[in-house]
Structures are given as C-alpha cells and as structure tokens.
Design a protein around this ligand. Structure first.
Ligand code: ADP
Ligand code: MG
Length: 676
C-alpha cells in the first residue's frame, strides 16, 4: 500500500464508502491522510465514576446491566449501568440498539461522551464505547473531528485512518532536510500522526507548526521564484524626463501629497529599468491613487508608449477615462474608453486607433484584454482594485506586448505588512499613507431608525448647500422573507415624499449599461441631488461634491465594505457625513461601533481580522485557490520564519526538483500568483 493506493483497497472501505469518500474529493490513501481534523475533543483523561463532573468525560468501566425499549414511534432508548471501583452511573443511547449486543459481550470498556443533565438525571449521553483490551480509536484519547462527509460517520473516518496509521510512520519527508533541521521541525510523518492521533495538546501544536510552516514555505518560495523570474524578463526602458513630469504636476489643481510624490518616484525609477515593474500601489480610500497612475501614463506617452488601464466595473472605467482625459488632454495625450457598451462602428474605429498608436491611454473593463484588441506599443498596464481580477485575466493582458509591460496594481484593501508579504510576495509595494491636505475627517454616526425624519432634514440641509447625497440599500428588489430595504422601494418612497422637491436617481447592477452610465454621469455632473444605490458604488467612485451618505441596514455589511462605501464621501474640502441605520431595532454591533470610531482603513482591517479571524478575510474567501489548511495568515511569526527560510533556499542553489512534492506545490502556487 502506498499514498497513491485507491481508498477502496483499504480494509473497512467498501464500494459504498469508497464512493462517499470520492464524492468528497478523497480518492487515494494520500488524500485521506492529508484530510486534517478541524477540531479536537479531549477525552484523554480517564475519570473515576465517583469523581465525574459535567462535560466531556472518559470512564473505564464494566457494564452491569443493559436494556433497550421503545419510547415513542421510531425511537428506541438503550440504557446501561456502568460500574468501576469507585461507583456506578447510567449511560444512555438513542437509536443505537447494537450497543446492547456490544456491551453484553462483557469485559472492560472505555466510554467517552458528554456527562450531562437530561431527563431529570445526570447521565452519560451517547458515549462511544470500545473494548479496553483493544487499542482505542474513538475513546480515551484526544479525539479529532473531521469535516462532515455526506453519509459517513466520523467514527468510520477515524477507524479507517487508524488502518493507515502504520503508513503514516513511513511517509517520506516532503521538505528539504536542511530546512526541517534548521527550523527544528518535526518530520512530515510525525506531523500527520500528531494531527490524527495526538496524545497531548503539545503534539497538535507541533504538528500544526510543522504543516503550517510547510504551507507558507511553499507559498513564499513560489513568490520568491516568481520574483527571480520576473527579474530575468525583458521590459521597456522608459526614461524619466523631469520637465515632462514637472509640467504635469504644475498643471494639477492641487498639490500632491508627500506620499503621492514618493510613489510616483518609485514608479518612474522602475520605468527606467529594463526589467518590468511589478508594483502594488496601496492607499486607503480617497488617498489619490488615480493621479499617480496618470502621472506615470503621461511619462510613458511622452516616450511613445501606450498605457492600458483596467477597472473592475464599467462605472469605474467611465470615471477613470473622464478623469485621465482631464489630466492628460492638455498635454496632447489621447484617452480612449473601451467597455462593453462601445459598439459597432465606434468600436472598430477605436480598435484601429489603438492599433496604429493614435490612442495613448486605453481605459476599459475586461474588454481591454479581448484578443481583438491589438496595441501599437503597450508599455504600461494599470490595474485598479486588482483583487477583483483573476490571474488568468492578468496574464491575458500581459500577452499583448512584445516586451513585458510595466505593471502597476492599485488597491484600497489595506493589508498589514506581514500579510502583504504572503499575498503579494513578489510585488514591490508603495503605500499612500497620507490624505490630501484639504480633507476634514468624516463625521460618522449610527442613527436610530426611529428618528429618520431628523436624518432626512440633515441630508436636505446638505443639498440646500449645493452638496449631493448617497442613500445605500442592501437589496435591489424587495424580498418578502425579510424587512431589508431595497433600492427600488426606497427610491419610490423618497421620490414621492421626503425628497419630492429634489432630483433623485436610482442605480443598481441590474440596470442596462447605458442607463447605469446615464445615471452615474448625471450624478457626477451634479445633475442629481440624491443617488439611491446598491453597493455598485462601493469601490472607486469619485464624486467629490457628494458629502453625505446614508447606509440603510448597515449591520448587513462587513466592516471593510462599510469603510469602502463611506469612502465615497469625504473627497473634497467640504465637511462630510456618514449616517448608518441598523436594521430593525437591533443594537449596534461591534462592527458599527468601530466604524463610527475610526476612519483608518488599516486600523479597521486589524479590527476586522480580530472579529472575523484571518481565515475569513485573507483565507479562502479572497484567495480561494491558496487553500491553506493549517496556516493562518495572521501568524506573523511563522510567516516571517517561512519567508526567511524560503529566501535562503532560493539562494542556496539547491535544486527544487529534488523534492517532488515541494516542487509540485510550488509550481501550483507559481502559476497562481505569477504575473507573466
Ligand atoms: P483613490 O485613492 O480612492 O482611488 P482618487 O484617485 O479617486 O482616490 O482620488 C480621490 C479624490 O481626491 C479625487 O477627486 C482627486 O482629484 C482628489 N485628489 C487626489 N490627490 C489629491 C491631492 N493631493 N490634494 C487634493 N485632492 C486630491
Ligand atoms: Mg480609486
């Protein structure tokens, strides 16, 4: 038997069980031994019956008397009296009549289960029972619990893993020995045993450390190798011309922040190298990322290079095209907009202009990466809010140039530094940690749904001053199953009553593109006073004259989402307000209290991390394919250890191909995260 052996060949796995495993993706012995427990119940301490207290317990006892009786239709109860040297107790099982036969066999058993008060007495409920003379699998130990597999009892999973126990002691090491040794890790086989058959809590800790380290090591080694490969690529050299940049900066209606200057400098430095830039521009909402990209595009255009700007939504693509056009047109730099709604002849003309180089900057959505778009000389790619793009899409975009274009990914998702290392390990990072000087802090208030009238008065006062307002709802249509507000009904209601005298618009994702454009552009031009919208405006939308936002059913949004939404106001010198109304009469959650307290994206990200756990945020949810089973991205110590070890290994010249398992995993991660 080896790791590739089909599970059906293992003792205790018949055709039916095999099929159930297969349905859960577990086909081979190797699959099952790496199917790790989610949690543990500690049944490792045998208690005398006389000393027993409520909770999870194990006793070693003999069965004095056992009987089964029906209690009501379809329900049979088996009761037994258990005896050890210290006393007697009762155990009870529901619908497990086979217990009677098992216990009548006689001899001593281990019983592990919950000792609790039920049916007017303390008793041991539904305990597992195993002969003490045999090696216990389900009792008398720290008992692992596995993710449920449809149709399969945990007990059976444990029993089959027990069959594979000898194999676990023989599995080959998967990490380089040098790494295992220098990091003082336990072997791969011991780690598997520690996960499935721990004797102590410490066994589990050691196993977790080892396996978690390994996952991070693979991930970080992949990004190290990508970094090394990126450095070997041939990129365009775009010289930095001070007068060009200077005139751009002097033409701006505001003064750049120090952080914007530094980020621009980083980019222009990268442009001058013949290895392609691979940079992440990270800046909280409203920190002014677009203008930094515009500055770089200006420099690129001056040297005859085209820039492609990719946005996650049409709304944002429209906005970026307008913003960049305003910034760049004075210098004779032409901007073209390529989205799904540009059709027919206009589209053909634009394709032609991109091909012959008469358009310098192409802004678009996914449309930019379609095979039909041929660039004249693509030198620079900007990806806004890049976590919304798949890796495959990025790769498509990068195929469009004869040399590798420089790449700038912009994101408002604040990630603590250690996490950035794992998630964006191969990218250089510039951070905009400074707000433009003209900004006032946004006043955020949780507002009771009972005093809505006052709230509308406050909003109306802003409109009277010439400002604009957002009203954000959770749903598009009403859902009869809950009372959450929908944009459709809120729009009608507000239009017919409170804001009857105002110009009011409706925006949501299901509107046809042309209508979305029209509404957004009207709001943007100040032709609407109030925009009732779903979260389609969550990311990136920039209407500086909008200064007040009302978020309905605020407790239905995540912390990061609330922060992003609120970021739509507070984008000018005017005082801005964000009012959050919880649904029903719910007391404000911790989340809402935090958002009321702080406007700092990094702080809120850390709070979110604590409230939800890193797995939720940076784990599967966003980086599904990373599939970390053991490591959490919140474990900064382990990350930094793995980072150092990976760097050392990458430098050591040791051949990765000597380590089959490692090479395979690293390959998977490399393809996943690579930008080329
Ligand atoms: P984000 O980083 O969220 O993408 P934007 O690039 O949309 O931010 O910029 C937000 C707003 O701030 C825009 O209206 C922009 O014109 C303005 N802005 C950018 N930089 C500055 C600055 N240094 N001073 C004042 N306003 C600025
Ligand atoms: Mg933006």
């Amino acid at each position: 038997m080896n790791l590739a052996t089909s599970l059906e060949k293992v003792k205790g796995v018949g055709e039916k069980t095999g099929a159930q495993f297969a349905a859960a993706g577990l086909l081979t012995v190797g699959d099952l031994i790496t199917f790790l427990p989610r949690t543990y119940d500690d049944f490792s301490h045998v208690t005398s019956i006389a000393d027993i207290t409520p909770g999870k317990v194990t006793v070693k006892a003999r069965c004095e008397q056992v009987s089964t009786r029906p209690v009501r239709r379809g329900m049979r109860v088996t009761t037994a009296t258990l005896v050890d040297d210290s006393g007697k107790m009762q155990a009870v099982w529901f619908n497990q009549p086979y217990r009677e036969k098992q216990l009548k066999d006689g001899g001593e058993f281990f019983f592990s289960g919950e000792f609790e008060f039920s049916y007017n007495r303390y008793q041991l409920s539904n305990p597992s029972a195993e002969k003490a003379s045999e090696m216990p699998v389900q009792t008398d130990r720290i008992l692992p619990t596995y993710r449920a597999i449809a149709g399969l009892k945990t007990n059976l999973v444990r029993k089959i893993l027990n069959e594979l126990r000898p194999l676990m002691t023989m599995v080959p090491e998967t990490l380089p020995e040098s790494v295992v040794k220098s990091q003082k890790l336990i072997s791969y086989g011991d780690a598997l045993l520690g996960m499935h058959f721990p004797n102590t809590r410490e066994d589990i800790e050691k196993a977790r450390e080892r396996l978690g380290f390994e996952e991070l090591f693979q991930l970080l080694l992949a990004s190290q190798l990508n970094r090394i490969e990126n450095a070997k690529l041939d990129g365009w050299k775009i010289p930095f011309e001070q007068p060009v940049v200077k005139s751009f900066v002097e033409g701006l209606p505001f003064k750049l922040t120090g952080a914007q200057r530094i980020a621009a400098w980083d980019i222009l430095q990268d442009f001058e190298k013949t290895t392609p830039m691979n940079r992440l521009l990270q800046g909280d909402v409203g920190s002014g990322k677009t203008v930094v990209a515009g500055l770089a595009a200006r420099q690129a255009a001056h040297e005859g290079f085209q820039t492609a700007v990719m946005a996650p939504t049409e709304i944002l693509a429209n906005q970026h095209a307008a913003t960049l056009d305003k910034l760049l047109a004075p210098f004779g730099v032409t901007v073209g907009l390529l989205t799904g709604s540009v059709k027919g002849k206009a589209r053909e003309t634009l394709y032609q202009a991109i091909r012959d180089g008469s358009v310098d900057v192409v802004v678009g959505t996914q449309a930019v990466i379609q095979a039909t778009v041929v660039f004249h000389r693509l030198g620079f790619i900007v990806i806004d809010e890049q976590h919304r793009f798949g890796v495959a899409q990025r790769q498509e975009l990068l195929k469009k140039s004869e040399k590798m274009p420089h790449l700038l990914a912009m994101t408002a998702t604040p990630i603590p530094r250690s996490l950035a290392l794992t998630v964006y390990g191969e990218l250089d990072v510039s951070v905009l940690n400074e707000r433009p000087a003209n900004r006032k802090p946004i006043i955020t208030k949780i507002w009771s749904p009972n005093s809505r009238a006052q709230l509308y008065t406050l909003i109306d006062e802003q409109i009277k001053l010439g400002r604009q307002a957002y009203v954000i709802c959770n749903l598009i249509d009403n859902n009869p199953l809950n009372e959450l507000k929908s944009v459709q009904t809120e729009f009608k209601r507000l239009q017919g009553s409170v804001f009857k005298h105002r110009r009011i618009g409706l925006l949501h994702g299901k509107l046809p593109s042309s209508e979305k454009d029209a509404v957004m552009s009207a709001f943007s031009k100040g032709e609407l006073d109030v925009l009732v919208s779903t979260t389609v405006v969550e990311v990136g939308v920039d209407v500086p004259n909008a200064t007040v936002m009302l978020i309905e059913d605020g407790d239905r949004f995540g912390l990061a989402q609330l922060h992003q939404l609120r970021g739509r106001v507070g984008r000018s010198e005017h005082q801005s307000y964000c009012y959050i109304v919880p649904s029903g009469s719910n007391a404000p959650s911790q989340r809402l209290k935090e958002i009321e307290k702080s406007e700092d994206g990094f702080y809120l990200a850390e709070v979110d991390l604590k409230l939800r756990g890193p797995g939720e945020i940076y784990g599967r949810a966003q980086h599904g394919a990373l599939n970390l089973q053991v490591a959490t991205l919140g474990d900064t110590k382990l990350i930094s250890r793995a980072q150092k070890a990976a760097a050392q290994f990458a430098k050591s010249g040791d051949n990765l191909l000597h380590y089959t398992q490692l090479a395979h995993q690293v390959g998977v991660y490399q393809r996943l995260t690579t930008l080329n």
